[in-house]
Design a protein around this ligand. Structure first.
Ligand code: 5AD
Length: 345
């Protein structure tokens, strides 16, 4: 198995059979070696830098009904909220003072947020924070809409493909959604000139190793600038409430593999990983991750943006939270970068 890691490290790829063997191996020795190689590669391109992205969760309304997600439209117990322009600007101002130079506006697919409305927010952010990157994570929208948002000043867009297996995609999503449309959106985003992020959940219900390999192959085809992966975590008010969640071990194994396959990619140690394992985010950093996305949403709305149970809601929300996070990052041997943290070509 160590040989496979070496092959991946030197050539950047493996056959499907080799990938399967590496993903399904669960020995600590292999994980440690993979982390070591992944860290070497991340340091070659990004040094010890960790980029912070301030996450502003702008709406918990969603027209979609993804079976895994806590803010799906059928979840009648979900509390809904939507931030207005002044609230969003206030989050960004707080974030700026704390040192954030990327703001991520994420939300459910909320019809209230028309292209024009979103573009208005982007323009305000762009004017007020010319030195910051603006990232959007607002789901599937039209190619025209994406172009308008780019023209208004947005730089990056996150849209996980969720799973590259058509059949599994159907099991995780309502009938009106399709993998084809998802992929189209991703290609449109890249075509529009966004630094584009995709990704998937690890350990989603019905997911097999072959599905994970399909996810990796799709990412190789797409060549995104960012890859977000995190464990599936059941949410109590969804049809998947009794399903098993993904594990930190498997998530870390995949993070290490992704770093070796995509040496320059921006790879977050996700909140979901931090939620299921005590040192999840630190372990992520030590396995090739170079991004952390603390929450800048107003305190009162945080618990309403509940994609999964027990979601971590601490982090960069206060000067004190950020100091703790910085200490955690430094203790792991890395340093917080005070820059936008763009993809390096
Ligand atoms: N567990 C883990 N991740 C989830 N997401 C949504 N619901 C869950 C869940 N129950 C992820 C999806 C989505 C991202 C914003 O959050 O992958 O793209």
């Amino acid at each position: 198995m160590i040989n496979l890691i070496e092959k991946l490290y030197h050539t950047g790829d493996l056959t499907n059979a080799e990938l399967k063997a590496l993903i399904e191996d669960d020995s600590a020795e292999v994980s440690a070696h993979l982390a070591k190689r992944a860290d070497e590669v991340r340091q070659k391109y990004y040094g010890k830098k960790v980029f912070l992205r301030g996450l502003i969760e702008i709406s918990s309304y969603c027209k979609n009904d993804c079976l895994y997600c806590g803010i799906r439209r059928s979840n009648k117990s979900a509390e809904r909220y939507r931030l207005d322009l002044s609230q969003i600007m206030e989050c960004a101002e707080n974030g700026y003072k704390l040192g954030f130079r990327t703001f991520v506006m994420q939300g459910g697919e909320d019809a209230f947020f028309t292209d024009e409305y979103i573009c208005g927010i982007i323009s305000e952010l762009r004017k007020k924070f010319p030195d910051c990157a603006i990232t959007l994570s607002l789901g599937e929208r039209s190619a025209v809409g994406y172009r308008k948002m780019k023209a208004a000043g947005a730089d990056r867009y996150l849209l996980r493909h969720e799973t590259a297996n058509e059949k599994l995609y159907q099991k995780l999503h309502p009938a009106e959604m399709s993998l084809d449309n998802r992929k189209n959106c991703l290609y449109n985003l890249i075509e529009t000139g966004f630094q584009t992020g995709s990704g998937f959940m690890v350990g989603a219900p019905f997911q097999t190793t072959d599905d994970l390999i399909s996810d990796i192959r799709f990412l190789q085809e797409l060549q995104p600038h960012m890859i977000g992966i995190g464990p599936f975590i059941p949410h109590k008010d969804t049809p998947f409430k009794n399903e098993k969640g993904g594990t930190a071990e498997l998530t870390l194994r995949l993070l290490g593999i992704l770093r070796l396959m995509f040496p320059r990619v921006l790879l977050p140690a996700t909140t979901a990983l931090g939620t299921i394992a005590e040192n999840g985010r630190t372990l992520g950093l030590k396995t090739g991750c170079n991004v952390i996305m603390p929450n800048l949403s107003p305190k009162e709305v945080r618990k309403k943006y509940n994609l999964y149970d027990n979601k971590l809601i601490t982090g960069g929300e206060a000067a004190e939270g950020l100091a703790l996070l910085k200490a955690e990052i430094e203790k792991a041997g890395y340093e917080v970068a005070d820059e936008r943290g763009d993809f390096v070509d």
